[in-house]
Each structure stands twice: as C-alpha cells, then as structure tokens.
Design a protein around this ligand. Structure first.
Ligand code: C2E
Ligand code: MG
Ligand code: MG
Length: 733
C-alpha cells in the first residue's frame, strides 16, 4: 500500500502538482478532483491486484526490485527481502541448480528484451517448494533511455505439480508397457495411419525403429493365412456398437521370424453417422505362451518316442473320419499292427534298443501309407493306421502285405541286428462295425487272429473272431483259478543219453486240465499267464512240483533223473526266484544237480546286469542251465561262453527237416561241433524217427528228446516208464 501511495504521489508530481518530498501539499479544486480520480484509480488497481492471482513488479535500471504489489504473500518471500534486490539475489533454486538458465535470462535483461514465462522455483516461508512464472517488458523514458522493467508474476505451483504428476504417470505407464511388452496403437481410419508405442520396434526384433505405419503395412505383416481373420476382426469391430475385438495371430518380423501376438482393439471415435473414425488397442507378444501351449498339446496328443499321434489323437481322428465317411457314404479301414515277440527284444536287447526299433518300425509303417492316412502308436509295440476314403477293400490287404515285408527286413540298431515280424488285424467301417469303439475292438480281434495263425500275417475281421476273442477272455478268467483249483499238472518227457540209450533226464512240461475244454497245452496259455502276470506264481509251482518229483525218484532209488524246468524271461524279471528255488532245494534236501533250468537265447542278450547275476546265483547253487530252442533266436555266440551254459537244445525245426534238407543237417552238425568245442553238451529236441536218431548219433549228439522215445506223460506213467526203460540201473543223480 505504501508503495502504491508513493507511486501516486509521483504521478501527481509529474502531473505538475508540485513536489511531493514527503511534505503535505496544498491542493486546489482541480488538484482535489485529480487526487480523487487518482485514489479511485488506485483503489481499482489495488483491488484488481489483490483479486488477481498474479502480482505486479518493477525493477530499476540495475534490475533491482523497486515495486512489488498484488499477491506478494504468495511469493513466499517477505516484501522487504525483495525490494532493493535483483532477482538473482533471491534464493531461486533452479537458478542455483542450473546457472546457465539464469545467465540466459540475465543476457536477455542486459539486452533490454521483453521476456515471457520465466519459470523459477523458490522455497516459501514454510519451507515448501513453489514454482513461479514471471514475464516482463523493458521501460524507457521519453528520450529512449532504459529505466528498468515492469512485469507480472504468478504462482504456477499447481500447474507444475500437475505436469510433474503427468510426467511421472507417463514414466510409470512407459515402464509398465515395457514390462508387459505391450504395444499401444492408435489408428486413424480416415488417414489410414497407425501410431505405435516404442515397444513395437522391440517386438519386431528392433530391426527398424517403426512407430508410425499404415494400416495396410501393419496387416501385411501377418502371414497370408492369418490375414483374413485379422481383417475380419477389424472390420467387424468398426460396425456400429460392435464390441472390442481380441484375436491371436502371427506376424513375420523383418528378420523373417514368425511370432505370435494377441491383438486387441476397439473404436473410440465415431462420426455423427456412426462411422468409425479412430481405433485404439494393444498388441502383445505371446510367442512363448503359444509355444508352451503347443508343447503341452503335442505332449498330450503325440507319442514322444516316435512322434506319431498317440492314443488320444488316434481316437479323435478316428471319430472325425468315421463321421466324414458316414456323410460321404464311403469306406474306412482300420489296421491294428502288433510287433511279434517285441517283448523278447525289449527283455533281451534292453529298452533303449527296443526304443530304436520302435522308432524305425514307425518310420517303415509311415512309408507304406498315403498322406491322408493316420498312423498312430497306441503304446508299447501297438500301432494303428486309419485309412479313410477307401476305394477298394482289396487294396488294404495289399498294403498290409507291404507293411509285413517292410517290418520283416532286418533292423540295424547300433551294433545289434534284430528281426521282428508283425501281425495285422483289419476291420472295415461300416461293414464290420457301426462306430469307432466296435471298429477298434474288431481290428484288435483280427490282429489276435493273425497272431493265432502263426504271426507275420494279416487277417480281416470276421464274426467268428469275436467268438474267439470272447473265448480268450474267458480262458484268462479260468486261468486265474486254475492253480487253486488243482487243474494244473506237470507232465514229464524223457531225455535219452544217446550213447547208452538210457533215460537220464526229463523235461517238466506244464499241462492244464481245463474243466470243460479238456487238456490245454502250454503254448496256448503261457502267453496268457504272462499277460495276466500269473506266470511267476505258476512257474514257482511247476518248479516245486518237479523238485518234489525228482526228490522222490532219488529216495526210491530209481534212476535219479535230472529234471529240466522251463523258465521264461518274464519269470527272471519279476521276483527273486533264484534265491527261493535254491532255498527250496536245500529245504527238501535235493541236490542242486538234479535240477536243470531251460532258458531261451533271448534272455542272454539282455543287457540288464541283474539277469547275469540271477543266472550266476543258480549256477553257484549248483543248478545246470540249458539253452532251449537253440538256433531260432539271435544266435549271438559270444554269450555261450560268457554265461557258462551246460547244454544246448537244438530246436525241433532243424531236427525235423534234417533228413530231407542237407542245409539243416549241416546246421545240426555245426552246432554239435561248436558246442563240444565250447565244452557244452547237446540235446536234440523233437526226435520223431529212427532216421533222425541215426543222423544225430552219427553227428555226435549227446542226448535226444522226442516222440520217438516217448511223449510227455503224467508222473505216474513216467515212473513206470523209468522202471521199464532202465531196469536195474541205479546210476544216481
Ligand atoms: P519246449 O521247452 O521247447 O518244450 C518242448 C515242446 O516240444 C513241448 O511242447 C513238447 O511236448 C514238444 N515235443 C517234444 N517232443 C516232440 C516231438 O517229437 N515232436 C513234436 N512235434 N513236439 C515235441 P509243449 O509241452 O506243448 O510245450 C510248449 C512250450 O511251452 C515249451 O517248449 C516251453 O517253452 C513252454 N513250457 C512248457 N512248460 C512250461 C513251464 O512250466 N514254464 C514255462 N515258462 N514254459 C513252459
Ligand atoms: Mg524246454
Ligand atoms: Mg524247446
């Protein structure tokens, strides 16, 4: 107020009303009127200055404040602290922090230039930071001499805070966008221009900094097959009151890499007619998510080993194809392929080699079929082929034949060569079944029929097969109670020492006296017992039965023959029979030399060290080992030495054809020579004629077994046979 009064006095003085100089000045009428007018003007000026959020200031020619009015209290600086000081003598923070800023302002002042919106920061009386803005213009007297500056100032703290908050939130948004790898886009439909946030360039490998593009260029990044879907999403959303869209599609980066994105957007501006003008949305890279989804889908639907569709996908495809065939009135063939004796390969060559064989078998099957067919692996050694749109049923038979041939070729698996064959079952839709489930069942039955027919062949489904399959199921059920029901029996077949013609051994051969079917042979039910995991229990029973029998022969001082007990690879894998069998012999006080265990060649090829360990346990216990069906398996000779085999049993097939086939005779002779060189004795199986016997004796074969001597028989019959065959000979075990 004081300053304003002084100012007014100055004006009055300048108006020629006399000197002011602090003295009272007598005024005339005119002077009083003028004074009144001035006071009114001052009042108006004052109230405006008070009301205004701005304040007014003046500086002299040395830039010292000489006047400061208005909302001075808002400056946060005492009035007296301002008057007489230059602006740079005030505690202005950002000038202290950035001297260049002040230097620039000062240069402006020195040049007597007007300035606008000089922003500066001051700490107010409470210690809070406030932002102000000042604008000023230079003042000149009548002669053009610089007098100083006049201007306004205003508190811009609120605006600054808002700006800072905005900046902060933009920064946070940017960080959030970067973290979420979200790209924002803004599409002006009229111009066709799309603005993209910076993350877009990163999404495109940062290959090129692209933040502005056209809609067409953006769409062109999607591979051709994805493009229609993307365009459809955009155009549908543009329709009046259409909702936002969300679509997953691929784009190809400039580097040629395909990535998956989720593209979401909506219209945010429409014209009066409802036409879309502007759209905004986001794009996010979901490649990793897609890849893991794909992996999960693959794991759920494909077989890891062979890469073929698994059981799940097979069922899906079969259902689909059947529906299609139903609509089109066409035929479909379903093939069930099972590798014969694959279990032996797994048991003998080890699982990793077995796996290699499966991979190769899958490849061979795949090579035989059309691209439109589905080859699947159901598990283990079971494969299927779905052949839709079948023109000719005969064609399936030809294909099955080609497959059998392909699978019969040798499998070179690392250092091993393995041979397998396959059994194939074929069922035709709709001739053999109404739906997928029964078609699968019937193809499976046809496959079993092929196995029954001797394997390495294919079979079409027929109604009678269903009967066979049901019988098989029934047989399985019956077998579960056979042991407890005393339906199993051990028959004995003599083994004759050829030099003396005496019975010195016998082979224990299992029989099943079925309550309704009569006598069932082991070939029919042993595989079933293995499948149903009954073989361990049954095998132990055969052993104990045989051990008791041979013990009886010993104690009755009959010729104490040695009994051979068959033991399948499955029995070796499960349980600890080697210990329990040896223990049992000790328990009943039976010399271990009275027992011989017949194993098959396959077992010895097993690379599981525990198999060798189990065999050694038997040998250590004094049990002898025979190698059964010699010549039909893998015929790798090295294991004969490695496993200390005692006897080789030449397979029946060689003995059978020996008289007519010089090749077979040569094989038999060679086996005998080789075995003797290795210190092994030889038993010829299936001796049926005197001719065969003569040839075997001439070749130096040690033992003979076969119908020529005697068929397998019940124990009592064997007792009698022994008494009659070897009278008076008490040779001991
Ligand atoms: P294998 O061990 O090779 O037994 C010899 C088979 O040849 C027996 O068949 C026997 O009856 C038959 N045989 C003997 N001499 C002649 C002959 O002169 N001509 C013809 N054509 N055949 C002859 P079987 O009793 O039907 O046994 C079949 C197979 O079942 C056996 O072959 C053996 O591998 C298995 N087996 C038998 N009993 C058991 C057992 O208790 N446990 C296990 N794991 N397998 C057994
Ligand atoms: Mg045998
Ligand atoms: Mg045999």
């Amino acid at each position: 107020m004081r300053h304003l009064a002084k100012k007014l006095f100055d004006i009055v003085a300048r108006a020629g009303l006399g000197k002011v100089q602090g003295r009272k000045y007598p005024l005339g009428y005119k002077g009083r009127r003028l004074k009144n007018a001035l006071e009114e003007c001052e009042d108006r000026f004052l109230s405006l200055a008070q009301l205004s959020s701005d304040w007014i200031w003046e500086q002299d020619r040395n830039f010292r404040f000489v006047f400061h009015e208005g909302s001075i209290d808002r400056t946060g600086i005492e009035h007296d602290n301002v008057i007489g000081k230059t602006r740079w003598e005030l505690p202005i923070r950002n000038f202290e922090a950035d001297p260049g800023l002040w230097a620039a302002h000062r240069a402006q002042l020195e040049a007597h230039q007007a300035f606008n919106d000089l922003e500066y920061q001051i700490e107010d009386a409470e210690g809070a930071t406030r932002w102000y803005s000042a604008s000023g213009f230079p003042l000149f007297d009548g002669q053009g001499n610089f007098k100083g500056y006049r201007g306004i100032g205003k508190d811009i703290s609120a605006r600054k805070r808002a700006e800072e908050a905005l900046k902060e939130s933009e920064k946070r948004l940017k960080l959030a966008l970067e973290a979420s790898r979200l790209t924002l886009w803004d599409y002006n439909i009229d111009s066709g221009i799309v603005y993209l946030s910076e993350t877009w360039s990163e999404l495109l490998d940062g290959a090129k900094k692209v933040t502005i593009t056209t809609f067409d260029a953006l769409i062109a990044l999607a591979p051709e097959e994805d493009r229609p879907g993307v365009i459809r999403a955009f155009t549908t959303t543009r329709q009046e009151s259409a909702p936002a869209y969300s679509i997953e599609h691929r784009i190809v980066t400039p580097a040629g890499k395909a990535i998956w994105i989720i593209n979401e957007g909506q219209v945010i501006e429409r014209d009066a007619a409802g036409h879309a003008r502007r759209m905004i949305g986001t794009i996010r890279d979901i490649t990793e998510k897609k890849q893991s989804e794909e992996l999960i889908w693959k794991q759920a639907n494909f077989d890891v080993l062979t890469g073929l569709p698994n059981r799940r996908l097979f069922h899906d495809r079969l259902d689909q194809e059947i529906k299609k065939m139903q609509r089109a009135g066409q035929l479909l063939a379903l093939l069930f392929i099972d590798l014969d004796r694959f279990k032996d390969i797994n048991d003998t060559l080890g699982h990793s080699t077995g796996d290699l064989l499966l991979i190769e078998a899958a490849r061979r099957i795949g090579e035989c079929v059309r691209a439109s067919d589905t080859v699947a692996r159901l598990g283990g050694d079971e494969f299927t082929v779905i052949m839709p749109t079948l023109a000719d049923v005969k064609r399936v038979g030809e294909l099955a034949q080609t497959m059998l041939k392909a699978l019969a070729a040798p499998f070179l698996l690392g250092s091993e060569t393995a041979y397998v064959s396959a059994s194939i079952g074929i069922a035709i839709f709709p001739d053999d079944a109404e739906g997928a489930e029964s078609l699968i069942k019937h193809a499976d039955q046809a496959m079993y029929a092929a196995k029954e027919q001797g394997r390495n062949c294919f079979s079409y489904f027929s109604a009678s097969m269903q009967v066979v399959a049901q019988e098989r199921m029934q047989l399985g059920k019956d077998l579960r109670v056979a042991l407890a029901g005393n339906q199993l029996m051990v028959y004995y077949q003599p083994i004759v020492y050829l030099k003396t013609g005496k019975i010195v051994k016998a082979e224990a051969l299992l029989r099943w006296r079925h309550p309704t079917r009569g006598m069932v042979g082991p070939a029919e039910f042993i595989p079933l017992a293995e499948e149903l995991n009954l073989i361990g229990e049954i095998g132990d029973w055969v052993f104990k039965e045989s051990a008791r029998k041979v013990k009886e022969w010993c104690s009755l001082e009959r010729d104490c023959v040695q009994v051979s007990v068959n033991k399948s690879p499955r029995q070796f894998h499960a349980g600890k029979t080697q210990e329990s069998w040896v223990d049992y012999m000790q328990e009943i006080d039976l010399p271990a030399s009275c027992i011989n265990i017949e194993i098959t060649e396959g077992l010895l090829l097993d690379d599981h060290p525990e198999i060798a360990g189990k065999l050694i346990k038997f040998r250590d216990g004094g049990v002898q080992i025979s190698l059964d069906d010699f010549g039909t398996g893998y015929s790798a000779m090295s294991y004969l030495k490695k496993f200390h085999i005692d006897y080789l049993k030449i397979d029946r097939s060689f003995v059978r054809d020996m008289s007519s086939d010089p090749g077979d005779l040569a094989i038999v002779e060679a086996i005998i020579v080789m075995a003797h060189k290795l210190g092994l004795k030889v038993v010829a199986e299936g001796v049926e004629t005197i001719g065969q016997l003569d040839l075997l004796s001439a070749a130096g074969c040690d033992y003979g077994q076969g119908y020529f001597f005697a068929e397998p028989m019940p124990p009592e019959a064997f007792d009698t046979l022994l008494d009659n065959w070897n009278p008076g000979n008490k040779s001991g075990c």
